[in-house]
Ligand binder design. Structure first.
Ligand SMILES: Cc1ncc(COP(=O)(O)O)c(C=O)c1O
Length: 353
């Protein structure tokens, strides 16, 4: 067990209120596969939170949510435009390509965010039988760089995407962190800006497992029901996902967990800023801090504080905070960084004791 980890928000435990909710439904018999009163109730609650005319499905994983959402909207001859940093492009082992047979067309972005200006040059080949036909723009909110689209940016993007006859998919594995950062409702950031299909993650922010797919284009996504089963994402004991979501939605637990994680990331970035040898490379808006560190510090720090390298070439690390990150975790890391910086001033670099 790692004492302190900045490796991932997945390294966190489960929120005690979510655990309690799991225990509460852990009795008696209940229909499976979502035909249970808990799932029905939580779908109604989610519909209230997201607003409007939407269909909702529960799945097990964030990758599953992305795959199934995109599969419902794509033919094999289609293409999905996405930031080059997107989880679907980098971290899903080609799952989207496997299940949809469509192409992913990654677009380079400086901050993990797409804009009409970045998308426009990638839109050629429409109606040309030699080219994959662009169908979806997929973004992440918050992004893999810990940045967040503003409501204006989302509205402008959705309007542009629709004007080109495309659909807007949002990977919301960290939707809660973005809503907490912007101080807005889930509805304001999704249905009200014109998103088409969105996922609402739970696992990174207090749940044990479970993600929800929300479709604002129900007429286009009816087949999700079948794709979910084919992709092994239909969990039989569905009441245990529903119970978690009920606790997660109650008094907006998702928001307080995300606000805490975001606040920890801001604090960490602020503390790192005092060291001239360190450079935070992205705006800290959600729960991630991207930072360039001297390579010898990375070697000394990594055994004690689990974190991943984002870009080995420039020595850029990714430090993630979660609802379980505590201020003392940050002060301990900063204390060790101070020791390293003093060693460096004295011309000695040594491993931390
Ligand atoms: C932005 C984003 N989307 C999707 C996922 C996939 O989630 P899972 O690991 O549950 O498949 C992750 C996981 O790290 C993620 O960061």
């Amino acid at each position: 067990m790692q004492e302190i980890s900045f490796g991932s928000d997945n390294h966190s435990a489960v929120h005690p209120l979510v655990m309690a909710a799991l225990s509460e439904v852990n009795q008696g018999f209940c229909f499976g596969y979502g035909d249970d009163p808990y799932t029905e109730e939580v779908i109604a609650l989610l519909r209230d939170s997201f607003g409007g005319n939407c269909d909702i499905w529960m799945v097990m994983t964030g990758t599953g949510a992305n795959v199934i959402s995109l599969q419902a909207l794509l033919h094999s001859f289609n293409a999905v435009l996405c930031p080059h940093t997107s989880h679907i492009n980098v971290d899903e082992c080609g799952a989207v390509q496997k299940f949809t047979q469509a192409r992913l067309l990654p677009i380079n972005t400086p901050d993990g965010k797409l804009s009409p200006e970045l998308i426009e040059p990638a839109l050629g080949g429409r109606g040309d039988q030699h080219h994959s036909q662009k169908k979806i723009v997929s973004i992440s909110q918050s992004t893999e760089y810990g940045t967040a689209y503003s409501l204006d940016e989302l509205s402008a993007l959705a309007e542009y995407v629709h004007s080109k006859g495309l659909l807007l998919h949002i990977d919301g594995a960290r939707l809660a962190n973005a809503a907490a950062y912007l101080g807005v409702s889930l509805k304001a950031m999704t249905s009200e800006v014109g998103a088409d299909v969105v996922s609402f993650g739970g696992t990174k922010n207090g749940m044990m497992f479970g993600e929800a797919i929300i479709s604002f284009v129900p007429e286009l996504t009816q087949n999700i029901l079948y794709f979910r089963k084919q992709a092994s994402q239909l969990y039989s004991k569905a009441r245990f996902i529903a119970a978690q979501y009920k606790a997660y939605l109650q008094d907006e637990l998702w928001r307080s967990c995300a606000l805490h994680a975001n606040r920890m990331a801001s604090l960490l970035a602020q503390e790192l800023d005092q060291f001239p040898q360190v450079r935070v490379t992205q705006k800290v808006q959600a729960n991630a801090v991207f930072v360039i560190l001297p390579p010898e510090w990375i070697k000394a720090l990594q055994p004690r504080y689990m974190f991943y390298m984002w870009d080995e070439v420039i020595h850029e690390a990714r430090l993630m905070c979660s609802f379980t990150t505590r201020e003392e975790h940050i002060s301990t890391l900063i204390r060790d960084i101070r020791t390293l910086s003093e060693c460096r001033e004295n011309g000695i670099i040594q491993n931390l004791q």
